[in-house]
Design a protein around this ligand. Structure first.
Ligand SMILES: Cc1cc2nc3c(=O)[nH]c(=O)nc-3n(C[C@H](O)[C@H](O)[C@H](O)COP(=O)(O)OP(=O)(O)OC[C@H]3O[C@@H](n4cnc5c(N)ncnc54)[C@H](O)[C@@H]3O)c2cc1C
Length: 486
């Protein structure tokens, strides 16, 4: 089911109705009103920050440049990576904080900041428990990229966002829609960021924030210039993310010398079907045992690697076209591992948006793959990978989990898939309190950041479910830090 963005905005607009009626006087009023905290961006990170600020008795204003809450968070698959949950325990899965931290550091090739990873892992657990305590639960749990045990708890993102907007309504916290923030205000008297300039109703206004500003503006996958600068290989990739993901917060903070982290590791996500319209248009059948081949019928990567690493190489294949190939045993395994696969491969002998055949040769002919080469590729894989001798080094299904299977049981399936750029997962250097740090390693007083606008948590590659969780978890941490200043 596609998420209805309008319905969420409708709900939020009704929820904050009394506040929206105050729009007309906003530009003049804000010049006088001083908030404790101003949050820029109403995605997961911004809403979390606003809720925790208001719950702590602080006055908080949320500025959102689009007409709705949600950003990329609303479009997300809703995977929340957390270790030691009750959900895991009930399924007999043993997991610990330490194992999660090790997985993130190893998967990030130790390019991530260990203190940030630890802060994230701890806050992710606290925020996850907070959500559960407020009546919203994940639907299922799987092992995904970068996990040595199943740790990706799947929420319905709209349910999570609705929980936060309901809280904001209850506490009368204003969200100002259609209000893009442009620049930060540095107060020379107390030498800190004490506000933000915003446009509302074609008027510019300065909104003041006594304790500080939290940038929660998301990533920059929709900013072609920034992509050309930091990730030229992705600048022509298909983009699927919130329309506000244009890097505004990162640029605003750079005016004050903000350092940037993880910029070299922007990668697209593999597994999207051609012309995806939502996060649902995706398959991860390769993590259940499928192999990935190009149109020449050749494998080009160890399929157990991160879907980001796979995505970067997939874009380099001829015409950027690749196929996930598997047999009926793997099809059934994929269904057990991830219920989302049902929409494409739920029935034996059928593959919605894919090809099915009784032999590998016939499959290749239907899909337009070189048949001789694909036959050789599958035969070689069957003779090597299940015995730990894969020429591309595949030893597992995903990360350290599962064992490769031979592709022998008809009917065989081929699904065309590609890479789409969903996230940038890099940006502002923050310390473990989410205070933005300048290029000399000094805190920029009064300036905080949370969510996808930040770098340093993922390093060279992101563990699945850490982006969605990071948004909500970091919003909480930033508020705790600002509270401590009172
Ligand atoms: C299709 C898709 C699937 C994904 N699936 C997963 C997943 O399953 N698990 C996972 O961990 N991660 C996933 N991610 C990534 C993850 O969801 C995001 O990184 C995270 O939710 C970002 O949250 P955020 O609050 O930082 O940013 P966003 O949710 O993007 O919110 C940022 C908000 O700031 C607003 N804004 C921007 N600039 C301004 C400005 N100048 N003034 C005012 N407002 C502004 C934007 O309009 C937006 O509303 C997915 C992402 C996508 C796109």
């Amino acid at each position: 089911m596609l998420i209805n963005r309008r319905s969420l905005f409708g709900a939020a607009a009704v929820a904050v109705g009394s506040l929206i009626s105050g729009r007309e006087v906003f530009a003049s009023q804000t010049d006088q009103k001083q908030w404790d905290i101003v949050v820029v961006g109403a995605g997961g990170a911004g809403l979390s920050a606003a809720v925790h600020a208001a719950n702590s008795g602080l006055s908080v204003l949320v500025l959102e440049k689009t007409s709705a809450v949600g950003g990329s968070t609303l479009m997300s698959s809703g995977q929340w990576a957390v270790a030691g949950s009750r959900f895991q325990r009930d399924l007999g899965i043993e997991d610990t904080r330490e194992l999660f931290i090790q997985d993130m550091l190893n998967f990030g090739k130790r390019m991530n900041d260990p203190s940030l990873v630890q802060a994230f892992v701890d806050a992710s657990k606290i925020e996850y428990e907070w959500i559960l305590a407020h009546g919203v639960s994940p639907r299922y749990l799987i092992a995904n990229a970068g996990m040595s045990v199943p740790r990706a708890h799947f929420f319905e993102p709209k349910e999570v966002l609705d929980l936060y907007t309901r809280q904001l309504t209850r506490m009368n916290v204003p969200i100002r829609f259609n209000s893009p923030a442009h620049r930060l205000f540095f107060d020379p008297k107390n030498k800190r960021i004490n506000g933000v300039y915003v446009t509302y109703n074609n008027k510019k206004a300065l909104v003041r924030a006594r304790l500080g500003v939290i940038l929660a503006t998301g990533g920059f996958a929709r900013n072609k210039n920034l992509l050309k600068k930091y990730a030229p290989a992705c600048s022509e990739a298909f983009v699927l993310c919130g329309k506000g993901s244009t890097g505004d917060g990162m640029i605003m903070a750079q005016e004050f010398g903000a350092d940037l982290l993880d910029m070299a590791y922007i990668q697209p996500t593999y597994g999207y079907l051609p012309h995806p319209e939502s996060s649902r248009d995706k398959t991860s059948a390769f993590y259940a045992g499928g192999i990935i081949v190009n149109r020449a019928g050749r494998r080009f990567i160890n399929e157990s690697l991160s879907y980001k690493t796979i995505g970067a190489l997939a874009l380099q294949q001829p015409e950027g076209r690749t196929y996930i190939v598997f047999d009926d045993l793997i099809r059934r395994q994929a269904l057990t591992k991830d219920p989302r696969e049902r929409q494409y491969i739920g029935e034996q002998g059928k593959a919605h948006r894919g090809f099915v055949a009784a032999s590998i040769r016939e499959l290749a002919a239907k899909a337009g793959i070189n048949a001789d080469v694909l036959q050789q590729t599958v035969s070689l894989y069957n003779e090597t990978a299940p015995f730990g001798k894969d020429i591309l080094g595949r030893q597992t299904l995903t990360y350290t989990y599962g064992k490769p299977l031979p592709i022998t049981e008809p009917p065989f399936v081929a699904i065309e898939a590609s890479a789409a750029l969903l996230t940038t997962y890099c940006g502002l250097h923050v310390n473990p309190l989410m205070n933005v740090v300048n290029v000399f390693g000094e805190e920029i007083h009064g300036l905080y950041a949370a969510g996808e606008v930040t770098g340093g948590v993922h390093g060279a590659s992101s563990v699945s479910g850490t982006g969605f969780a990071k948004a909500f978890a970091m919003g909480r941490i930033a508020v705790e830090a600002l509270k401590a200043q009172i």
